[in-house]
Design a protein around this ligand. Structure first.
Ligand SMILES: [Zn+2]
Ligand SMILES: [Zn+2]
Length: 299
């Protein structure tokens, strides 16, 4: 029997842009290992944090997708630019794909469920058809809020520009080692960390809430992604800006949002509590209708 990947590849064709980018960056990441210097490694750490915590965790995911808090526009745009540095597409396609994931989590229509194969959910889903490039109808249906924002629409079109600019700066400041570690190694490791949220946190780890999907809480993936691994908590309360709900669930991106709040740069921060009563959503015609009755708003 053909795998899900084979049948989709046959039907939708191969996304060569994605495949070639994956190969190119993985080669660059391996080459980086032969050009190790401590300053280059430090550039990797800083940019890894900026792109995955500021960018993906605080920006693309908790703010743009789920609106877990409200910052001033300039903070929102700064976080969105940080998000482009992860090279996971522009905010429009990332948010739309992720909203579709929440709508159909582990059901028919989920873009990346491990039900269709572990490797499918990790990266193969991006290598066929236009999985990472949604249709105009999908953008209008799932992300009308982003579509109204001219900055985010333009940034989505030129999402690769900030990476190029940062790469040129790295090359100018620290030569080849900084470029290899700050861009190629950093983007590749960041990809796998983010992809583990789509694969690993739907496969491995305990479940606190009996959600209708297979989501789990995974400590290792949370460390790699600055808190995105508390994925069962997240599926139970998607709009909560805090994902690590228990005191021992380290959630660096939540600390970032709390810092924004302390600085007066985040309002209407939504937070679920660890002992909140979870009521599963209704699944109607194969679609998850989310309802979050126990969400608290922290003024
Ligand atoms: Zn999920
Ligand atoms: Zn989410």
């Amino acid at each position: 029997m053909a795998t899900h990947y084979e049948s989709r590849a046959q039907r939708d064709g191969t996304n060569w842009t994605a495949v070639l980018a994956f190969i190119f960056f993985h080669i660059g990441a391996v080459v980086a290992l032969f050009h190790f210097t401590w300053p280059a490694f430090f550039a990797f750490l800083v940019l890894y944090y900026v792109s995955l915590s500021f960018g993906i965790g605080m920006g693309y995911h908790r703010l743009l997708t789920h609106q877990g808090y409200v910052p001033p526009k300039w903070v929102e745009y700064f976080l969105a630019i940080c998000g482009t540095l992860a090279l996971e597409g522009g905010p429009l396609s990332w948010v739309t794909t992720h909203r579709i994931h929440h709508r159909y989590s582990d059901l028919d229509g989920d873009p990346h469920s491990p039900n269709d194969g572990k490797w499918w959910s990790h990266l193969l889903w991006m290598t066929v058809g236009s999985a990472t490039n949604c249709t105009p109808e999908e953008y209008r249906k799932y992300s009308p809020d982003l579509m109204r924002d001219r900055f985010l629409v333009t940034l989505s079109k030129y999402f690769w520009v900030p990476v190029v600019v940062v790469s040129l700066v790295l090359l100018a400041l620290g030569g080849l080692p900084w470029l290899l570690w700050g861009t190629f190694f950093r983007v590749t490791v960041g990809w796998h960390a983010t992809w583990l949220v789509n694969s690993g946190t739907h496969l491995w780890g305990p479940r606190r809430f009996e959600t209708t999907d297979m989501s789990r809480n995974n400590r290792l993936i949370s460390i790699l992604t600055f808190g995105e691994g508390w994925h069962n908590n997240h599926h139970a309360f998607p709009t909560s800006a805090r994902h690590g709900l228990a005191w021992h669930e380290l959630d660096i991106s939540w600390l970032g949002i709390r810092t924004l709040k302390a600085l007066g740069l985040a309002k209407h921060v939504r937070v679920a509590s660890v002992d909140a009563k979870y009521r599963p959503p209704v699944i109607r015609s194969g679609v998850i209708i989310e309802d979050e009755p126990d969400q608290q708003e922290v003024a």
